[in-house]
Design a protein around this ligand. Structure first.
Ligand code: TMP
Length: 215
């Protein structure tokens, strides 16, 4: 059976990296084979695309930016995501197609339906089984003002539009896209995530869940 594909999304400074790390640790403790990865930058070429995308000095038009993210995604799907899922692994990925809808769509104002079609070319139709959106007001985002990257420098209104975009994505697909209140302590946020992921695994891997319950 194909493995499970979990993505972690949210505005910049919402704690994605910390929570992805805690989730990966928990899944490994439960005995699952896990691949931890991210977009942009989950492949060798992707790491270079990430540098280009995030360097504040680079002037990049919204259209060029979109295709750079999609190039990174196409490589990532082919080199990392599909092979890991084919081996039955659980993939925990920081950001994926929903970031394109939230940032390039709601943030930059590009047409969301068109972005869905273009992103489907990059993914070949692969979609997450579960997407956790770390939700917090942009004013509370933990950003280092002295070291903002190109996207983080877009300002408060841009981040507001992105945050609203994530809310709309969660409303449109409530089964797949779950909002997680990211305002609490790291452990409290982690507990919410574990509850949702446990649910997913019990649906997808019923035998593993039974074994854990000792039946
Ligand atoms: P991060 O990995 O530190 O979150 O930085 C990645 C940045 O790239 C973040 O500001 C969100 C942005 N991004 C997009 O605008 N579109 C995308 O499709 C992806 C994957 C990320």
């Amino acid at each position: 059976m194909r493995g499970s594909f979990i993505t972690i999304e949210g505005i910049d400074g919402s704690g994605k990296t910390t929570q992805a790390g805690r989730l990966v640790e928990w899944l490994r403790e439960q005995g699952h084979p896990v691949t931890a990865t991210r977009e942009p930058g989950g492949t060798k070429v992707g790491a270079r695309l990430r540098e280009i995308l995030l360097a504040p000095a680079n002037a990049i038009t919204p259209e060029a930016e979109l295709f750079l993210y999609l190039s990174d995604r196409a490589l990532h799907v082919a080199e990392v995501l599909r092979p890991a899922l084919a081996e039955g692994r659980i993939v925990v990925c920081e950001r994926h197609a929903d970031s394109t809808l939230a940032y390039q769509g709601f943030g930059r104002g590009m047409e969301v339906a068109l972005l869905r079609s273009l992103s489907a070319i990059a993914t070949g139709g692969l979609a997450p089984d579960l997407t956790l959106v770390l939700d917090m007001p942009p004013a509370k985002a933990r950003l280092d003002a002295a070291r903002l990257d190109r996207l983080e420098s877009e300002g408060a209104e841009f981040l507001e539009r992105v945050a609203k975009g994530f809310h709309q994505l969660a409303e449109a697909e409530p089964e797949r896209v779950r909002l997680v209140d990211a305002m609490g302590e790291v452990e409290a946020v982690h507990e919410q995530i574990v509850a949702v992921v446990r649910d997913l695994l019990e649906r997808r891997l019923p035998s593993a869940a039974r074994k854990r319950k000792g039946s």
